[in-house]
Design a binder for this molecule. Structure first.
Ligand code: NAD
Ligand code: IPM
Ligand code: MN
Length: 348
């Protein structure tokens, strides 16, 4: 392969700011590999929605589908912007991409880089990955509301869990654990969510039989939040449902140096559509347009992209550059988003 046909969706808020730095670093990391990047940028997000009334048309989606991979910034309107109802951009752009492109595994690694400040007193050696289910759970949009606005309103959100959907994600978690420290932790809440919880539990037990070298254990999600703070080094691969994974990975980001360092990949496991790489964080309207955002999460997401497309050496170079950069950070010394990107690119 000599060309990477890359779709770029910078999005809203800090999305364009951090995506610019991720692209800068991506290009630099690929220098000398012979792989050319052909970028196609899509202007999707708040502004496009306000101008056209469209979030992501099926036509644009099919154009994106034809690319090799997607680099995504963030979408989401500012909270004060009453013109855009909450959830429109998130559901109709981001979730539409994840669902339509069958991004069943939402891969969210957490690594505590040496020298990175953490709120934990004794973090230990933190290096785990959350395999978050990406196309099911409470995210499918099943549910509804009756008697809206009355005292008798009833609102339901239905969590969808299929044997097919759970099994492929669980098997992916075991495969990843096999190449790591050989431990899978299922996080759920089967003491309350008995229907979905038992499907997940049974699936883990069944798939575990195929991986005799990988141990597995289980935590209820509430207890998992305790251990993420008190003993995060116990985790190797966490496999969990879409919503639990969303919550746990913001927490995981916070304990490993902040949300500005947390990267993710939305993986299409069978290669039927491009995978998509994005920071875990959102559009951060509170700091948008001020060059205050840390682009490292976006940059590390580009490294996940490179790993995924078969450029592990280029990905490793980015990790080394980020390690060097975070070690050199001085508390209280602010750099602009572009300065951080430049500094990481310069280390490559
Ligand atoms: P957020 O992640 O945007 O921000 C939470 C806090 O973290 C804010 O204080 C923000 O300033 C800070 N932060 C986030 N990224 C940072 C970075 N790179 N560097 C420094 N600080 C950073 O979450 P939110 O405030 O809950 O959501 C804002 C909007 O983004 C909402 O509309 C939400 O729906 C959307 N959102 C989008 C995505 C996505 O597109 N993938 C993800 C999460 C939230
Ligand atoms: C994330 C975000 C999204 C999610 C939202 C914006 C739909 O919080 O990527 O973590 O919940 O998956
Ligand atoms: Mn989230």
């Amino acid at each position: 392969q000599t060309q990477l046909d890359l779709a770029v969706i910078p999005g809203d808020g800090i999305g364009p700011e951090v995506t610019a730095e991720a692209l800068k670093v991506l290009h630099k990391a690929l220098e000398g590999t012979g792989l050319e990047v052909k970028e196609t940028s899509y202007s999707l997000g708040a502004q496009h929605w306000l101008e056209t009334g469209e979030a992501l048309t099926d036509e644009t989606l099919s154009d994106i589908r034809g690319r090799d991979a997607i680099l995504f910034g963030a979408v989401g309107a500012a909270p004060g912007d009453t013109r855009i109802p909450s959830g429109i951009l998130e559901r109709e752009i981001l979730l539409k991409l994840r669902f339509s492109l069958d991004h069943c595994v939402n891969l969210r690694p957490s690594r505590l880089y040496a020298g990175v400040p953490t709120p934990l007193a004794n973090p230990g050696d933190v290096d785990f990955v959350v395999v978050r289910e990406g196309t099911e759970g409470p995210y499918t949009g099943n549910g509804g509301a009756l008697r809206v606005g009355t005292p008798h309103e009833i609102a339901t959100e239905v969590s969808v869990n299929t044997a097919y959907g759970v099994e492929r994600v669980v098997r992916d978690a075991f495969r990843r654990a096999e190449g790591r420290r050989k431990k899978v932790t299922l996080v759920h809440k089967h003491n309350v969510l008995v229907h979905a919880g038992h499907l997940w539990k049974r699936t883990v037990e069944a798939v575990a039989a195929e991986f005799p070298g990988v141990e597995h254990d289980y935590l209820h999600v509430d207890a998992a939040t305790i251990f993420l703070v008190t003993d995060p080094s116990r985790f190797d691969v966490i496999v969990t449902d879409n919503l639990f994974g969303d919550i746990l990975t913001d927490l995981a980001g916070a304990v490993t140096g902040g949300i500005g360092l947390a990267a993710s990949g939305n993986i299409n496991l069978d290669g039927t559509a491009p995978s998509m790489f994005e920071p875990v964080h959102g559009s951060a309207p509170d700091i948008a347009g001020q060059q205050k955002a840390d682009p490292t999460a976006a940059i590390l997401s580009a490294a996940l992209l490179l790993d995924h497309i078969g450029q592990p050496e280029a990905a490793e170079r980015i990790h080394a550059a980020v390690q060097g950069d975070v070690e050199s950070r001085v508390a209280g010394q602010a750099r602009t988003t572009a300065q951080v990107g430049d500094a990481i690119a310069a280390r490559l």
